[in-house]
Design a protein around this ligand. Sequence first.
Ligand code: PLP
Length: 446
Amino acid sequence: MNYYSTNNQAPIADLHKAVVKGLAEDRGLYMPERINKLPQEFFDNIEKMSFQEIAYTVASAFFGEDVDPDALHDIVYDTLQFDCPVVNVKDNIYTLELFHGPTLAFKDVGARFMARLLQYFIREEGVRTKEKGEVNVLVATSGDTGSAVANGFLGVDGIHVYVLYPKGKVSPIQECQFTTLGKNITAIEVDGVFDDCQALVKNAFMDAELNEHMKLTSANSINVARFLPQAFYYFNAYARLKENVKIKKLNNVKIENLVMCVPSGNFGNICAALFGHEMGLPIKRFIAANNSNDIFYNYLQTGKYEPKPSKQTLANAMDVGDPSNFARIYDLYGKSHAKITSLISGATYSDEQIKETMRACYKDSGYILDPHGACGYQALVDGLQEGEVGVFCETAHPAKFKEKVDEILGIDVAIPERLAAFMRGEKQSVAMSKNFADFKAYLMKQ
Ligand SMILES: *Cc1c(COP(=O)(O)O)cnc(C)c1O
C-alpha cells in the first residue's frame, strides 16, 4: 500500500517509510492510497468473532500487502491481550470501555501495535545503527503519551525508548507508569516545562552529528501505525452491541441506528473510527465530543477551521487547540464541509458541565465517568434522537484521574491492581537540564 501526504507535496511512501518517518517531508500526514472495503458476510457474522479475530481481519485490510500474514497475526494478538467491552450505562446509552490495556487508556493499542510493527520492519530489513544495533525512540510527554509509548515499547528488542518529561509537572500516578519500567525504557526528568522537552526532542532530530551516532525515530500520535489500529475498537463495539442485542433480546435497540460518540483532542481516535466507516462499518453517524477547546465544533458550525492556543481543562488529554488529524478528516471527505457535517456533529463542554455530568451519571446509574468520557456521555444525552442507540468511548479508567474524580464525586475510586503495581515500583530517572548541549552529550555517550 502506498501512503501520500495530506499536503500533496511529498513523495509517496511505503508503509515502512511512513512508520519510520511519522510525518511526511512537507509536514503533512500520511494517508493510505486506498481504503479496502470489508465483505458483507464479515459484518453479518461479526458478533460471533472475538476482538482479536475482528482486529486481525481489519489489520489485514490495512497492512496485509506490506506485512507477512503470520507476523501480522502475531502483532495483533500480542497487542490485544485484553478485552474491550460494551457496557450499558443508561437507557439506550452504552459505553465502549477502551481502558483495559496496560496503562488503562486507549492509547495503549496504538503504542503497542506501532512498537511491534517497527520491530518487524527493523528485523525485516536489517536496519540497525552501526554501533549499537538498535533504533532509538524519543518521546516528549506531559503525562499520558509517555506511559502508553513506554509500556507499548517495553521489552521490544532492537528498540530503546527515551521518555522526556517535565520535572514536577506530571502527576505521581502518571510518572510511575514510565519511570519504574527499566529494561529498554529510560525516563529523562527535564528541569523545565513540557515545551522544553519537546524542543530537546526536535533539536535531537535535526542534529546531524547525533543522527550519525544513533538511529532516531519518534512515536508521535500522528503516526499511521499508532492511529489506524484504533479502528479495531469500533468494529468490536459494533460486534459486542450486536451480540448483546441478540443474547438479551433487546428488541428496542436498533443496531442500524448506531451513533458513535468519541471524546476527542487530536482527533486520532475518531479519525480511525471514520476509516472503519469507510471500510463498511455500519455506523449511522458520529459525534465528536470536546471540552472547551472547541475548534472542531466551530468548524462544523461555520466551515472555518481556526486553530487557537489550547485551554487547560479537567479533561486535559483533550486540551488541543490545533487538532493534527483534522487534516486527515478534511482529506478523507474531499475537503467538503457538507459531507463532513452530514456524518459528524459536535459538542463542547465546560469544566462545570463536565463535573455536573459526572455527578448526574453517578447518581442515575452508579457508573463512574472520568472527565474525558463525561464529554462523550453528555453529548449522547443531549444529542441522541428517537430510535437511535448511542455508544460513547470511555477513553481512560477513572482511577487515572483519581484526585479529580474523588473530589468531584465525593468517593474513593478503587485503584486497579495494574496501576497499584506501577505505584509500588522504584522510580528511576536521569536528571537533565533543558539545554540541548547537555542532552546531546548524554545521548552521545549511549
Ligand atoms: C489522548 C486522549 C484523548 C483524545 O484522543 P485523540 O485521539 O487525541 O482525539 C481522549 N481521552 C484520553 C483519556 C486521552 O488520553
